[in-house]
Design a protein around this ligand. Sequence first.
Ligand code: SF4
Ligand code: SF4
Length: 149
Amino acid sequence: MPAPQNDARRAALVKGASRAKIKALVNLGGCTGCEVCIAVCPVPNCIENFGDDPSNWGVYVNYDICIGCMLCAKDCPWDTIRMVPTASVASHQTSLDSQPNHEHVVFSQPELVPEDIRGFMAKPPFQDPAAAPLFQKQNPQVPNIMGPK
Ligand code: SF4
Ligand code: SF4
């Protein structure tokens, strides 16, 4: 069930976000937009989608408030979330900054996300050696992913 939209609860959870040693990285190349991750994430609005249009399916994680609990990564039916060292995404605001390529529609239509997080448009594809190997065990059923097929 989605976490209740409670400001006090959210504030308490977000306090732990700055101490989290890992963050959830959604690989948009494998994301189907099923939103199971949104349903299980305990931090309200930590994971957001791009709207209801199937051509825009996908989600992103707000690194400022991700507490690294791993629930999304454990429950993603498409095995497309990896927990990565916080240091590897230190300059990144959301998981959109951390994509291995820029093939998703959001990179040509940044208006799909709030204006204040569109910094991902200026960043090169994410190729941090500390994070890339984590995707090499990704579900082989999911096409267009970072790791080997
Ligand atoms: S659970 Fe996985 S496939 Fe579904 S929206 Fe989240 S990241 Fe995408
Ligand atoms: S690890 Fe996943 S479920 Fe946990 S706070 Fe971060 S985005 Fe939400």
